[in-house]
Design a protein around this ligand. Structure first.
Ligand SMILES: O=C(O)CCC(=O)C(=O)O
Ligand SMILES: [Fe+2]
Length: 288
């Protein structure tokens, strides 16, 4: 079957497409190694979670679990009630994140098998996992109208992200890595932009932003957004939403991953950083 391509939206030369029936080879060539985002229309078609993961499911099965959202504790059922009352004018806090592998491991089979596009993935390799620190690699996000991811950023540790929308619609804005110098990375947290609202930029305060060409598009139920590492992004919910985020690490982002790990360690200890660098060079052929 030939890939069916739906052009989502463009800004100048940049375009994000939605694709159905894509082969792994096409994904690897045109997206993974080309560092180009894509919305995959049918990646999660084999997941049980596709019909199972709804806000109601989490409310009835896990309502008494504690969740912390923007520093405040809730019972999950109370938070979902709050989501139901959320509005653009008075949004519920966002994001409410559930760490699946740590806290809901019995749900992992519902998002298995990992779709082919997210493979190979070395995040969970025992030789690599300890170096990932606090990076969460299997997360559910619950959101509601007006809920806005708090900042524009690219993901830590060089990892790629696959965000699969299972319920409701989210709007994403992405900006290519080549425009990093125009998004004002925070000096002490260079993965995060200082620009508070990418859709209403104060150009007097952030004049370089006139050079950026953000692309904004929606991702709906059953669709998966691939965000290659280095692409700046943010999101907000247009309705009540539930998505699953997976990360991946393989040959395509190995250099970025290695660079981030070594840089992070070298801030504390330069000799240890050198050892980590050697360690990664030695283990790479084993984990491939
Ligand atoms: O789905 C979203 O709100 C964006 C999440 C995200 O980019 C992240 O957790 O790194
Ligand atoms: Fe992200």
């Amino acid at each position: 079957m030939a890939t069916k391509v739906i052009e989502l939206v463009n800004n100048g030369n940049l375009v994000v497409e939605k694709k159905y029936g894509m082969t792994y080879e096409e994904f690897a060539k045109d997206h993974l190694f080309a560092c180009k985002p894509v919305v995959i229309g049918d990646a999660c078609k084999d997941w049980k979670a596709k019909d199972k993961f709804t806000p109601d499911f989490f409310k009835s099965e896990y309502g008494d679990r504690k969740v912390t959202v923007e520093g405040k504790d809730y019972l999950l059922k109370d938070f979902i009630d709050l989501m139901e009352k959320s509005s653009i004018e008075n949004p519920a806090p966002y994001p409410c994140k559930l760490q699946l592998d740590r806290d809901y491991p019995e749900l992992l089979p519902d998002i298995s098998p990992r779709f082919k596009f997210s493979e190979p993935d070395w995040c969970h390799n025992k030789l690599i996992e300890p170096l990932l620190g606090s990076a969460d690699t299997y997360e559910v996000f619950l959101g509601s109208p007006g809920g806005q991811f708090p900042y524009v950023h690219y993901d830590y540790m060089g990892l790629h992200a696959f965000i699969t929308q299972l319920y409701g619609v989210k709007e994403f804005t992405v900006i290519p890595p080549e425009q990093t110098e125009y998004v004002y990375p925070k000096p002490n947290d260079p993965w995060v932009s200082e620009v508070p609202d990418i859709k209403n930029i104060d150009l007097d305060k952030f004049p370089l932003c006139k050079n950026i060409t953000p692309i904004t598009f929606t991702v709906g139920p059953g669709e998966t957004l691939f965000i290659p590492n280095g692409w700046w992004h943010t999101a907000h919910s247009l309705s009540i939403t539930l998505s699953v985020a997976l990360d991946s690490l393989n040959n395509s982002n190995w250099k970025r991953f290695k660079n981030e790990v070594v840089t992070k360690v070298s801030k504390r200890n330069k000799i240890l950083a050198k050892m980590v660098s050697v360690y990664l060079s030695v283990v790479k052929p084993i984990i491939k």
